[in-house]
Each structure stands twice: as structure tokens, then as C-alpha cells.
Design a protein around this ligand. Sequence first.
Ligand SMILES: [Zn+2]
Length: 262
Amino acid sequence: MLSVFIFVLGACVGSFLNVCIYRIPKGESIVFPRSRCKCGAQIPWFLNIPLLSWLLLRGKAHCCERSISARYFIVEILTATLFVIAFTTSDSLSNFFIGSGFCSLLLAIAFIDIDTMEIYDTMSVGGMFVGFVISLFFPEWHDEQSGISSLIKSLSGACLGSGLIFWIAVMGEMMLKKEAIGVGDIKLLGTIGAFIGWKGCLFSIFGGCLISTLIFLPSLLIWKLVKIKTFTIPRIIPFAPILVVGSITYVLYGQNLLGVLF
Ligand SMILES: [Zn+2]
């Protein structure tokens, strides 16, 4: 019963993330005005229910029959699922809220990066400072007893994470003779380090690449087999989604994964 409530909560947060993903790159407020269709008609609340509305309307707007991207649905169900997993793997309520909140921020960053190849400082640098404050006041998030040692873990995670990716970027640029990793990714690893420390950063980079390859290659094969012509392999692959896949995996299963590896 509680899981159903957590799932619904996650779907609502996912719905809010959709608003952020759509509006933040445009520099619009994420609070006002209420949601509108592309035709300009205001969307009434009963047609704006997470997951259900999209299913009931079968992806078509009620006012003008415009198709509504399946991505709205995907972001909502993804967030809802992450919330339920975070709830079952967290050992305390505060850790659940921190974990699911961090995953939500990462999801928004990843989808905005896919859309615009841009990571916004308000989210990455802002998120990093939120990570410091949370670490100070909720030491159990880092498995620490005192706020100070927890904050040190967070600060060192941010510095080491950013530093590591910076040097990977420098070497990548030397080898490829072009920019491989952007400044946005360096800042994003600061955020990731602030929340999950240097081990989490390492896992986000290498685990993220591994998991993304494991997801990407089979899907590429399926696309080839079913011959979807509209799909073309992007020339530049945004790095943030790869880091986000790694970070979220670490938040949800990190302790177990590290236990298996070491
Ligand atoms: Zn419309």
C-alpha cells in the first residue's frame, strides 16, 4: 500500500520534472503560469494527471489533437519507478528523501542535456551547494556520525570528482584533438561528488560508461534488425546522461555493488 503511495508521489515529481525540462532551457518560471498546450489552450487539472492522462488521451491533446510526446510519460514512469526502488533500498526516511531528490535532479539534468547539450549552473552548481548543506545536517546519508566528517566527505567528493573528470577531459582533448568533455560535465561531477563522494564519482564515470554501453549496444542492434529508418546515431553523444545512469545506479545499489567488487 505504501509502495503505491510512493509510486504516485514519484509520478507527480516526474510530472514536475517534465515542466522543468521544458521550461528551464527557455528561461521560463517553473511555477507560473499553469500548463498550456502548444495551441495555447490551458490544460485543465483533470487532463494533467501524471501517467493516467497520457494513457487515457492516447498521447493526443484533448483541445487540438496534437500528439503529446511519449517522453512525458517515460519521464513520469521512470521517476515513479526510481522512487519505489529508492524507498525499498533506503535504510531511513531521510535517506529516501535525499536519494530520490538527488535522482530527480539528475534526471532533469540528463534530459535537458539530451535536448540542448547544455547543463545549467543553477542545477549543477546549485545542486552541489545543496549537497554540502544536506551532508552537514544529515550525516547518516554518508554513513557518518558527525556533520563535520560528513561535510568533509562531501567536499572531498566534489573536488576529487571534478578534478578527475578535468584530467580525463585534458587527456581526451590531447588524444582526440578536440573537446571531448565540456565544462558542464566537470561541474556536474562536483554535484555528484557532493552527494555520493569520490567513490560515487568513480562509479559514475566508469560504471556509467559500462552500463550505458550495455544498454546502448543491444538497442542499436534491435534498431538495425527492425530497420527503423528515422533513427540515426547521434554524432555527439551527451556525456551527462552516461554520468547520470552511473550515479543513479550507485545511489540505489552502490553499497551492494561495491561489496561485490571489493
Ligand atoms: Zn491544444
